[in-house]
Ligand binder design. Structure first.
Ligand SMILES: [Zn+2]
Length: 392
């Protein structure tokens, strides 16, 4: 029987791998960066730009939590699912809302059944559970759905991390069961006819938890794989622990992950983090940094981060990044972008977001090429040296 997704690895260089993930709405070359489309919009950029040659994003992320609260399921269902609603026919991955409600801190209550919280939109009391999350993601009709998980803080002690991991495993089983039911009931609004060796159904990824405890991570992985998913994500990293700790966890975990499934490191990271993650065998990333920091006046460049507010750019006629070929770098100077930012022009956010996304996506393009030509180690060294050179 054909599956919702097919993953094939074409080249390897050390632990780094480059391949292709076939989904019902198109092929995604990996390693891949997925821009985050929180509430049905990748903030500050039009879909035409996301699809254009500069960016050419093959997949974007949608947030279950935000879309469920506003505009709400009924509206999205009536508008024919998320792809149709937002006008984007390429693949979409939705998160489960687990991380968002967990991030609410004091404002939420986690029980065995699920998580109760107050909506940030209208203050109403809401309840999100594995079942509800699967129902929302089916109605959204994303191409890849995520299980509803619970995240432990980065510095969680063993007991807290174990409790959280066990809860996530029980929720993973409930997610799987409800997901399969919904597929059988035809609730998936993004369903396509079978073809190209794919079933046309939504895919479901599991999430490995266990904070920074290696044995818990290993156990979480084995028991998640036992339930069986189309891909495996690593959650609960980049949530307060030190960077070297994160790399240590990953370097021990990824060699034990099933080779033939995509590996997704959730919510990470900076351009250096992406390259580091790839070197440890990660295939998929998402992060709000390029868009959020763009709106805050920060540009990511091959020579490190650049704060557009700084007085040193007042009459600087260079582009944000000499080596970047994006439309913003082809046309505009640092001086002009600084002026726009200080004048409070919305174009500043738009242009910085465009460049940042171009930089992230191009970095992954170069990573894929380097892996294919067996030059990833060299690429990684040069990239890291350049970005840390401090000469921006
Ligand atoms: Zn650029």
């Amino acid at each position: 029987m054909s599956k919702p997704t097919q993953f094939s690895i074409e080249s390897r260089d050390g632990m780094a791998r480059s391949g292709a993930l076939a989904t019902r709405r198109g092929m995604i070359e990996t390693p891949v960066f997925m821009p985050v489309g929180t509430a049905g919009s990748v903030k500050g950029i039009r879909f035409e730009e996301l699809e254009g040659d500069d960016l050419d994003a093959k997949i974007i992320l949608g947030n279950t939590y935000h879309l469920w609260l506003r505009p709400g399921l009924e509206t999205i269902r009536e508008c024919g699912g998320l792809h149709k609603f937002i006008g984007w026919q390429r693949p979409i991955l939705t998160d489960s809302g687990g991380f968002q409600v967990w991030s609410l801190g004091e404002l939420r209550k986690i029980t065995e059944e699920g998580t109760e919280f107050r909506s940030h939109v209208d203050g109403s009391l809401r309840f999100l559970s594995p079942e509800v999350s699967m129902e929302v993601q089916a109605a959204l009709g994303s191409d890849i759905a995520m299980i509803f998980d619970e995240c432990a803080p980065g510095e969680a002690d063993r007991e807290t991390a174990r409790r959280s991991m066990e809860l996530t495993l029980r929720w993973a089983k409930r997610s799987r069961a409800r997901f399969d039911q919904l597929q059988a009931e035809g609730a998936d609004s993004g369903k396509l006819p079978a073809g190209n060796d794919l079933s046309g159904a939504q895919a479901l990824f599991g999430i490995v938890q266990g904070a920074t405890h290696h044995d818990l991570r290993r156990e979480s992985l084995a028991r998640t794989v036992e339930i069986g998913f189309d891909g495996y994500a690593i959650g609960g990293l980049s949530v307060g622990e030190e960077k070297p700790v994160m790399w240590d966890v990953l370097s021990r975990l990824t060699p034990e992950m099933p080779e033939e499934y995509p590996r997704y490191l959730m919510g990470v990271g900076t351009p250096e983090d992406l390259v580091e993650g790839v070197s440890l065998g990660i295939d998929m990333f998402d992060c709000v940094l390029p868009t959020r920091n763009g709106r805050n006046g920060q540009a990511f460049t091959s020579l490190g981060k650049l704060n557009i507010k700084n007085a040193q750019w007042t009459s600087d006629d260079r582009p944000l990044d000499d080596t970047c070929e994006c439309a913003v770098c082809r046309r505009h100077t640092r001086a002009y972008l600084r002026h726009l930012y200080l004048a409070g022009e919305m174009l500043a956010s738009i242009l910085l977001t465009h460049h940042n996304l171009a930089f992230f996506l191009d970095t992954l393009r170069r990573v894929r090429q380097a892996i294919r030509s067996g030059k990833f180690t060299e690429f990684r060294r040069e990239f890291t040296e350049s970005i840390n050179s401090g000469v921006v």
